[in-house]
Write a protein that binds this ligand. Structure first.
Ligand SMILES: Nc1nc2c(ncn2[C@@H]2O[C@H](COP(=O)(O)OP(=O)(O)OP(=O)(O)O)[C@@H](O)[C@H]2O)c(=O)[nH]1
Length: 300
């Protein structure tokens, strides 16, 4: 069996090129629009595409627009740093439009990106093939794209092939989010963040910010309490020992504090179960997750 792959992918492009339509197509009924109330980072998860052997987490990159003022410029810095921390960038353009100033500006920003950048030429159903090649040619001269896919988000042309290639470019990694429950529970992400926050608070920086929390289950009730199960991923046995603490004391404290916040967030009683797992080198495999911790303050 091939190894499981996973990663974070940014979709960028001018307004109206079809980014939302594309997301809806690949997520099908599993549209997982994430709009957590207490979002702790500015990186929004747009949707999560999960198969048996891969998981692609699509993220929004805020501030990809021309800076109008100092604050915008700051946001653009943040967006740009996000672009370098995802595993791949999808730059979407529309087949029925010529490259404009907006595209050029985005491409200029993309020059600093070292991760694979795909060109997605969307809406090919609107143009004659004879017109498509010259357009692709124009874009290819503007950047050496890792891959180019002419697609139609509404008709579905070439979308499967794109997902296949995209999966192959992603690093090996675990499934970060549960298969299908995400749609009904946008809180998964926030709950994970709350747990992570308590770990960092209580471990006094003995555990790197790269600790990842994955909420596995959050739907069953026992004795009127919502049962939440989450995995805490660390890289080394030593970190695991710190988080668990003497006789489990640290993990217990993390659980108590996190539960309090989660109950406030969800407005109901919760039973929280936590496991600590060692996953060697996952940080190297996924720079984006790392920034959920590292750059949180910078991005706020
Ligand atoms: N013919 C055709 N129309 C498309 C295709 N993809 C998107 N559209 C249409 O293009 C318009 C814009 O699509 P959106 O998905 O809203 O574009 P967007 O990039 O998400 O736009 P913003 O949210 O403004 O950034 C809609 O009317 C879509 O129906 C396509 O492949 N073919």
């Amino acid at each position: 069996m091939p190894n499981h792959r996973s990663g974070f992918v940014a979709i960028i492009g001018r307004p109206n090129v079809g980014k939302s339509t594309f997301m809806n197509r690949i997520l099908g009924e599993k549209v997982a629009i994430m709009s957590p109330k207490a979002q702790t980072t500015r990186n929004k998860i747009n949707g999560i595409y999960t198969t048996d052997d891969a998981q692609i987490v699509f993220v929004d990159t805020p501030g990809i627009h021309k800076p109008q003022n100092e604050l915008d410029e700051y946001m653009d810095q943040a967006a740009l740093s996000t672009l370098n921390q995802v595993d791949a960038v999808m730059f979407m353009v529309a087949a029925d439009e010529q490259p404009g100033r907006g595209d050029k500006w985005i491409l200029q920003e993309l020059e600093k990106v070292t991760k694979p950048v795909f060109l997605l030429v969307n809406k090919i159903d609107l143009v004659h093939p004879d017109d498509l090649l010259p357009l692709i040619d124009q874009y290819s001269r503007m950047r050496n794209f890792d891959q180019i896919f002419p697609i139609s988000a509404t008709e579905g042309n070439n979308v499967e092939e794109l997902l296949h290639s995209l999966t192959e470019t992603l690093p090996e990694g675990p499934q970060y989010y549960p298969d299908d429950e995400l749609t009904d529970h946008p809180e998964y992400f926030v709950v994970g963040e709350l747990i992570r926050e308590k770990i960092l608070e209580l471990s006094h920086d003995e555990v790197p910010h790269a600790v990842a929390v994955v909420v596995e289950r959050m739907k069953d009730y026992q004795g009127g309490k919502l049962q939440i199960e989450a995995n805490i991923f660390v890289e080394r046995d030593g970190q695991k020992a710190i988080i668990i603490g003497k006789g489990g004391s640290m993990l217990k404290q993390i659980g108590i504090r996190a539960r309090r916040d989660i109950e406030n967030l969800l407005g109901e009683k919760v039973n929280l179960k936590l496991w600590v797992k060692v996953q060697k080198n996952w940080r190297d495999n996924n720079a984006y997750l790392r920034t959920l911790g590292y750059n949180k303050k910078d991005l706020r």
